[in-house]
Design a protein around this ligand. Structure first.
Ligand SMILES: [Zn+2]
Length: 103
C-alpha cells in the first residue's frame, strides 16, 4: 500500500494507442492529500512543479501479458509512466505518456 493520489484523465496508451480515462496514480501529492481523486480543471491549490509523475495502466487484452496462475489465465495490465501537466496549479488535461515500465 502506498499513499497515492489519482488523477483521472483520458490518456492514450503509448503501446496500443487506445485512449480512455485512466487512473494515473501519483505519489507527488501524498504529503498534502491522501487517497484523493483529481480531474481536469481541478486546482491543486499548491505551489507545484509543472507536472506530476504518475503511473497508469492499460487493460486492453492486446496490450497486457497473458499469465497463468493455478491453471487460470488472466491479463496482467501493462503499466507506463504519465507526466500530467499543470498550469498555475490546475490540471490541464495535457500529459506525456512514455513507453516504459515503472515496475
Ligand atoms: Zn494499451
Amino acid at each position: 500500500m502506498g499513499f497515492y493520489s489519482s488523477v483521472n484523465i483520458p490518456v492514450r496508451c503509448p503501446f496500443c494507442g487506445t485512449v480512455e480515462e485512466r487512473e494515473c496514480q501519483t505519489k507527488d501529492l501524498k504529503h498534502f492529500f491522501l487517497m484523493d481523486v483529481w480531474r481536469k480543471g481541478d486546482n491543486i491549490l499548491a505551489d507545484f512543479p509543472k507536472e506530476l509523475q504518475c503511473v497508469a495502466s492499460c487493460a486492453q487484452p492486446s496490450c497486457g501479458t497473458m499469465k497463468m496462475i493455478n491453471g487460470r489465465s488472466y491479463v496482467q495490465e501493462r503499466h507506463f509512466t504519465v507526466l500530467v501537466k499543470l498550469g498555475n496549479g490546475v490540471i490541464t488535461g495535457e500529459y506525456e505518456a512514455f513507453e516504459n515500465d515503472p515496475e
